[in-house]
Ligand binder design. Structure first.
Ligand code: GLU
Length: 482
């Protein structure tokens, strides 16, 4: 049997991390199978929610992440079209077939009708599921309403007794009493199918063998299965995935800026790190490995490694992965990626970015943390003179003025402003004065940067700042102590 899976996003303009993980698992699962086909289907039947450019966001995100589809709107394929709105006409005939066979019915009730009947039922202490009111209209009545253009929806006629059950490859055996299954809408008043209907029709017509999707669809799946059965179709295998959560109580949310792929790209997370970590949110390889390329994921992935417990997306863990991936970048690539972040606070300051990048690469966890770490090179922040006090470095407020004066005279003697020359001049001068290195270098770094901790020491910072700026900062630091 050829494995055929699909990723079926709705074009909202954003790629939710949960959706991206679904796409990833779908892709990995498919690629485990010889000649497996991974299909991209755009679910845009909710016409009110359409967003311009949203389909491109889906394409760009998936491709950028190394997730490639074999069939889809832009690449075509044997069961085209792959956009649901373009398949609009294929759903109604199936709805009609279901109506003819008693598995669905035209419903002409307005929202108000339904509300009223719900309230009446509840007033009598009855739990109101759905009263199948329109199911009992006569054929003539129905035809007359249709002819006179009264708006209608098509509802599924779910059984009221018995149970529905199925096996999910992650969640195991699922059983639902039919009385809990509502008569969901299949065709909306605008003639478009609901997701609930379209997913069944399309998954069948597209030959989908394994449905891989978020577990929010698990509880509706018995209703989908009733539709498959009513239409005489094979039910696919199901792989429902646990929701990606921020912690045990909260979902990732738009408001917290932690829900969308683009949020993380904007902050300066690397796609490779994100994909690597995302793969592990809800799946484990069964051994101690943590680092995976896409090829390695394809090798390692298996349904058995999927977990049904809530999948916690730990931002700290992602950040750790990201730092590891950043460390492994080529120096040139790091510089290319860091440059806009350097520019945001250092543009026009004449800083040697190549050297700065060398100092920063091992210290960058996320690119958006760069500006606050390097901003002092553009402008020294105001600082308290207590920073000069450091017992271990043998530096105090008493030793600092002379130490700074010594630094000024030693740096003044450097003719060619290279790190090597700065180093030599300072070390020789400190030794000649019979001082400890820390007594001079600690206050020097504080005076140059205004910060307790910096990427790089006094010598690197002096080099990056240049002679003039270094001297200016040292003189003003001395003034501050006077
Ligand atoms: N369009 C649905 C969504 O975006 C797809 C669910 C499914 O994969 O069946 O959640």
């Amino acid at each position: 049997m050829q494995v055929r899976t699909r990723f079926a996003p709705s074009p909202t303009g954003f790629m939710h991390l949960g959706g991206l993980r679904t796409a990833l698992y779908c892709y990995l699962f498919t690629k485990k199978h010889e000649d497996g086909k991974f299909i991209l289907r755009i679910e845009d039947t909710d016409q009110e929610r359409l967003v311009e450019g949203a389909v491109e966001v889906i394409y760009d995100t998936l491709r950028g992440c190394g997730i490639h589809w074999d069939e889809g709107p832009d690449v075509g394929g044997p069961v085209a079209p792959y956009v649901q709105s373009e398949r609009k006409d294929s759903y109604l005939p199936y709805a009609k077939q279901l109506i003819d066979e008693g598995h669905a019915y035209y419903c002409f009730c307005t929202k108000e009708d339904l509300q009223q009947r719900r309230e009446a039922a509840e007033a009598q202490g009855l739990t109101w599921k759905y009263d199948k009111h329109c199911l009992h209209l006569s054929k003539e009545d129905i035809q007359q309403k249709l002819d006179s253009g009264i708006p209608y929806v098509v509802r599924q006629n779910t059984p009221v007794t018995g149970d529905s059950d199925f096996d999910d490859l992650v969640y195991g055996h699922i059983m639902a009493p039919n009385e809990t299954l509502d008569d969901m809408v299949l065709i909306k008043a605008d003639g478009m199918p609901t997701y609930n209907f379209a997913n069944v029709i399309d998954d069948h017509l597209m030959g989908i063998t394994h449905v891989i999707r978020g577990m929010e669809y698990l509880s509706s799946t018995p209703k989908y299965n009733l539709l498959y059965k009513a239409l005489g179709w094979d039910i696919p295998q199901y792989i429902h995935l646990p929701t990606v959560m921020r912690d045990s109580k909260h979902k990732l949310s738009k408001r917290d800026g932690d829900a969308y792929y683009s949020d993380f790209v904007k902050k300066g997370y690397l796609t490779e790190a994100l994909i690597n970590y995302l793969a592990l949110v809800g799946w484990n390889p069964g051994d101690e490995r943590e680092f995976f390329t896409m090829e390695e994921l394809q090798q390692a992935f298996s349904v058995e490694g999927l977990s049904k417990s809530p999948a916690i997306f730990d931002i700290n863990k992602l950040t750790w992965f990201n730092a590891e991936y950043i460390r492994k970048l080529d120096a040139d690539k790091y510089l290319e990626l860091a440059k806009p972040w350097f520019d945001s606070v250092l543009d026009g300051k004449g800083i040697d970015y190549t050297r700065l990048a060398q100092l920063m690469q091992g210290r960058t966890e996320v690119f958006n943390r760069i500006p606050e770490m390097v901003a002092f090179l553009g402008e020294r922040p105001a600082f308290d003179t207590s920073l000069y006090e450091n017992k271990k470095q043998k530096s105090s407020l008493e030793t600092t003025p002379d130490a700074l004066k010594l630094s000024i005279s030693l740096l003044d003697s450097v003719s060619d402003w290279t790190e090597e020359n700065i180093h030599k001049a300072l070390m020789e001068g400190i030794a000649a004065a019979g001082l400890k290195n820390g007594t001079v270098l600690w206050p020097l770094r504080i005076a140059l940067s205004g910060l307790l901790s910096t990427p790089g020491g006094a010598i690197e910072i002096a080099f990056l700042l240049g002679r003039e700026e270094s001297m200016r900062r040292l003189e003003s630091a001395l003034d501050q102590l006077a």
